[in-house]
Design a protein around this ligand. Sequence first.
Ligand SMILES: Cc1ncc(COP(=O)(O)O)c(C=O)c1O
Length: 394
Amino acid sequence: MTNIIWMSGHERLVDDMVRADNCSLYDADGKRYVDLESGVWCTPIGHGHPETRRVMADQAARIGHTGFCYGSGVVEQAAAKVLDLHAMTGGQCVFLCSGSEAVEYGVRVAQTVSPKPLLMTMTDSYFGVYGSAYRKEKDQWFLFDWMECADCPLTGECRPACPRWAAIPFEKIGGFLFEPGSSSGLVRFPPDKLIRGIAAKIKDAGGLFLVNEVTTGVGRTGEWFGYQHYGVSPDIAAMGKGIGNGYPVSVTAIAPRVADRLADQPVPYAQSHMNDPLGAALAHTVLTVIAQEGLIERGRDIAARLMAGLEGIQSRTDGIAALRGRGLMVAVELQDDDQASRTTRCHRDLVRRGYILGKRPGLNVLRLDPSLTIETADIDGFLETFEQVLLGGE
Ligand SMILES: Cc1ncc(COP(=O)(O)O)c(C=O)c1O
């Protein structure tokens, strides 16, 4: 029995992790684990990056937290950097504490400025644990199941030929919230033309295009942000996880055309750590390190090596049913029974051998989201070990 409420459904596989360095975690006995999951997909520049350690110490020594009536140049500087990356210069940001919160804030903005009653999203999107985006109630959300669109036989644009398109109640929809590919942990990518078509239709009618970049942002998918693979530009972008590299900071960025509309219609939202200098300083540092160290390009190279290795294993064993990935966001679907018992065994075995991957309860999917800074030796070591595990060897 422990005094900690554990994440429900997840096994506790190591009792006492005591230290981390880049992609290595060490338990109390000094055993090393390669973290291929980046915590909860949160450390794009590796655990304990020297710059984040330095900035945390410096900023905490100066000022970590302020009240609502007191600004800070550090927060302004971080906001300018975030907006610049989204080509939203002149827009506004709010710094918050979790991915769920950043998405919910974006939703509140859309609900505040939109005269229409509904927001639209895909049925398999995950937005976290708060508010309207979590509950997705019918009087506030229109959910679209895109699975049949994955094998769409129609050529050309979605509209007007498709009956599924025709069934979308665009006249009631004031915003489209898109989550570009994490897809409730399964790593699936809705077709480009569908996303571009919906975003354009809603924007043309004065509505908003929102993106949830909590998982796909900050270099994870081989671009700065997952939406960039679709050739679209959002009005509102929510970021979390990787932007703090393990520190709980998130941010919602709002394009100028929407920020202007908020001037006389403020969003009813307040919490104690909005725009704290410490979190903002970390976000600024993470973005700076990614750019300065060329980590997006590095992540692409590592991703190509990882995917090639996985494809090799798929061809040599009968264990892998499907591989899906974009950059360093990869799902390995195993051949398994309904209980996903092989996946559970495989996951436990990999952890025992020192490799940490993501696994959701009851699913036959292992997920890899390593830091963009991971060493190629660790990727190669994982591939060798994974093949042994699938073949049932020691
Ligand atoms: C796609 C996506 N959106 C939002 C969230 C919520 O982020 P957080 O857990 O930091 O609140 C998550 C968390 O896993 C996520 O994967």
